[in-house]
Ligand binder design. Sequence first.
Ligand code: AMP
Ligand code: ZN
Length: 112
Amino acid sequence: MSDCIFCKIANKEINSELIYENDNIVAFKDLNPRAKMHFLIIPKKHYDTILDIDDTKIMQDIFKAVKEIAKKYNIDEKGFRLINNCKEDGGQEVMHMHIHMLAGEKLKTTII
Ligand code: AMP
Ligand code: ZN
């Protein structure tokens, strides 16, 4: 997807603060952090939404990234929150599937 900002981040065509990378996944700091730590975990391959992921290896690698990032940033003890906004009602703004990982402080409860 040539006009997708997250594809450009994954292909390193535009700069971002990458915090993690493996063959299928990159993670980087959110530009507009909503917590002391706010990372976005994305597949390098473009999928519009979580519903479009048809490869279980990608889901495995996303959860592997969560564990490794939790260890790397010492948030495995105190914890974190994962969020996926899906489509319009979920409030998804960037149409390249991403998981928000929020941590570093006691997070406010929103809906759940
Ligand atoms: P969502 O509303 O779930 O689609 O979230 C999109 C997120 O992407 C927002 O939290 C934005 O702050 C973040 N974002 C947009 N552009 C960039 C960028 N170039 N680098 C890092 N984060 C970005
Ligand atoms: Zn994309």
